[in-house]
Design a binder for this molecule. Sequence first.
Ligand SMILES: NC(=O)c1ccc[n+]([C@@H]2O[C@H](COP(=O)([O-])OP(=O)(O)OC[C@H]3O[C@@H](n4cnc5c(N)ncnc54)[C@H](OP(=O)(O)O)[C@@H]3O)[C@@H](O)[C@H]2O)c1
Length: 328
Amino acid sequence: MQAWRVHTPGEPIEAMRLEEVPEPVPGEGEVRLKVLAANVNFPDALLARGQYQIRPPLPFTPGVEICGETEDGRRVIANPSLPHGGFAEYVTAPARALLPAPDTLDDAEAAALHIGYQTGWFGLHRRARLQSGETLLVHAAAGGVGSAAVQLGKAAGATVIGVVGGKAKARTAEELGCDLVIDRTADDTAQVAARVKEFTGGRGADVVYDPVGGEAYTASAKCVAFEGRIVVVGFASGTVPAPALNHALVKNYAVLGLHWGLYAAKDPAAVLACHTELTRLAAEGAVKPLVTERIPLAGAADAVQRLADGTTAGRLVVVPALDGGGSR
Ligand SMILES: NC(=O)c1ccc[n+]([C@@H]2O[C@H](COP(=O)([O-])OP(=O)(O)OC[C@H]3O[C@@H](n4cnc5c(N)ncnc54)[C@H](OP(=O)(O)O)[C@@H]3O)[C@@H](O)[C@H]2O)c1
């Protein structure tokens, strides 16, 4: 079969190589899945660079979530067992963690309903306890994780402010339903905070969802509301903030860490319950993964590189059938 593999960590476009390799063999408790669609995630870029918290043995195939087909013909969502990641024709995955792909979504959308939406759900509801009527500020609102948080925030009855980089992403965030969109490339950090304050009548944002870090975090701390909650989701900017805890004390706000993968490991029942809820919201049309590009397997490295460069909106999804892949 064909699979992208990283032999030496580096920038995705250089480190990932498309190769002919044997199909992976399922280990104890695993199944083999045919890849129908593999969603591109920021962690794929970090994996290729050797900067992710997990370092699979070399060579490995990136691709952390897929919609796949079981050998008995079921369409499922899965997190492949690295080193056999999703940018390939076949993967292996733990049998007990397979989730049914919603009938209302195509393969690419189903693949994209998983990590971004689960992370959004656990971040907004379990960690930050977002309430209807509160104001939610989402950084990188047009991105994969951000677009999911915007839709989940709207579905929860929140007023949603999206921060984005550039005019095209601003249009995407507006189409997603953001009540206010702030273009960080037009407004500096101080201006982002000022515009949030102005829009909320001086109160600030009750919940901040931050997959970016760096200056995004600086702006968040300036405009978080009394008893607000900042959810630390990721560091796409490359800068891990070092927040001043005296500031959290004097303003009465909370900084909440979020690592969705730990819920998958420690509380699989909650992940399943979340999937049931996400499937219901998708069936009602309250959420719909923003798949902006469906890409053949041959285009995976380029897609991971563009995501790493911060130039993409929504989700890029690799669909092996588009280049005739996926047949044994
Ligand atoms: N905590 C968890 O459990 C969890 C789970 C999944 C993902 N994550 C994290 O969530 C983050 C987003 O992942 P994603 O796959 O949805 O990516 P994404 O948000 O689609 O892409 C990253 C976005 O970050 C913004 N950005 C700002 N500065 C950047 C820079 N210097 N380089 C690149 N991007 C920059 C860009 O949006 P703008 O230009 O609009 O600002 C860019 O589009 C990642 O940090 C990822 O590791 C965390």
